[in-house]
Write a protein that binds this ligand. Structure first.
Ligand SMILES: [Zn+2]
Length: 270
């Protein structure tokens, strides 16, 4: 099944597989984590690793919320023309067409999150308004490293269908933004009905729950990313939130259980 469906408050939530499952090298993703530390993480929780402490499971899912008269897509995935792009075929299997989406919220600037904004030169969600948080929009616009604002977001602005919203805006009834900077300057998480936390790329793998100091090499500001990660992990545990993490296996759905270094990820789907 290319999607998982459940309900939270008045929203029906879909998590769509956006890219196929794959493995990634720990040394590539976490260059500052030494072999011993990786080995100990592997011994504690081998299920997040592929065959040894050197490789982690990796994937991507994209959430869609439907309720209160709204259909909201959170991020658009890799470009639809890419061979591995799975979002739209998954939506079709769930009976949802691109025309059904009336709001697209962009959590941050990475290609696997904004790459699907357009298809064949037209907005890929043709009837939707697109929205992005103010901090992310303003820093993305002038980003010299990830300099694709003019490709993926600028044209939405020219078409008059982009809303730059406050970092703590309520973008739909009960759907609130939560700035969680560090991975990108304005990475934005989303809290649904105070029950479901969509963490964007605040963390990537369950190994980072007991080890929030593991900063991936792509984090723009690793120290700030660690701080945001600690805060959200703490909040998820304290408020007993359901959590969806885009790059975590099993549709990235689960909860944070336990205390301190004994804290760990408990997947909903096993
Ligand atoms: Zn990502």
């Amino acid at each position: 099944m290319p999607f998982h469906r459940f309900t939270v408050g008045d929203y029906e939530v879909f998590l769509f597989q956006a890219q196929p499952h794959r493995t990634i090298e720990v040394a590539d993703l976490f260059p500052d984590v030494d072999q011993e530390e990786a080995k100990s993480a592997y011994e504690n929780e081998p299920q997040w690793f592929a065959e040894s402490e050197q490789q982690l499971h990796f994937t991507q899912t994209i959430p869609l919320l439907r309720g209160k008269g709204r259909t909201i897509l959170i991020d658009t995935g890799i470009p639809h023309e890419t061979e591995n792009a799975m979002l739209f075929s998954g939506m079709a299997e769930a009976g949802i067409t691109p025309d059904d989406v009336d709001l697209v919220f962009l959590t941050h600037r990475d290609m696997d999150h904004v790459g699907g904004n357009f298809r064949d030169g037209e907005p890929a969600l043709p009837l939707a308004r697109y929205a992005i948080g103010r901090t992310e929009a303003e820093t993305y616009r002038v980003d010299e490293v990830r300099n694709h604002f003019p490709t993926f977001v600028g044209p939405l602005e020219e078409l008059g269908i982009l809303d730059i919203v406050e970092d703590d805006a309520e973008i739909a009834p009960g759907v609130k933004l939560l700035l969680s900077p560090g991975h990108r300057a304005g990475t934005t998480s989303v809290l649904v009905d105070n029950q479901l936390l969509l963490v964007a790329d605040t963390w990537h793998t369950p190994v980072q729950i007991p080890n929030p100091h593991w900063a991936i090499k792509f984090d723009t500001d690793p120290a700030l990313a660690v701080e945001s990660r600690r805060e959200l992990i703490e909040r998820a545990a304290t408020d007993q939130l359901l959590v969806a993490v885009p790059h975590t296996p099993n549709f990235g759905l689960g909860s944070v259980v336990g205390d301190g270094t004994a804290r760990r990820w408990k997947p909903t789907i096993v």
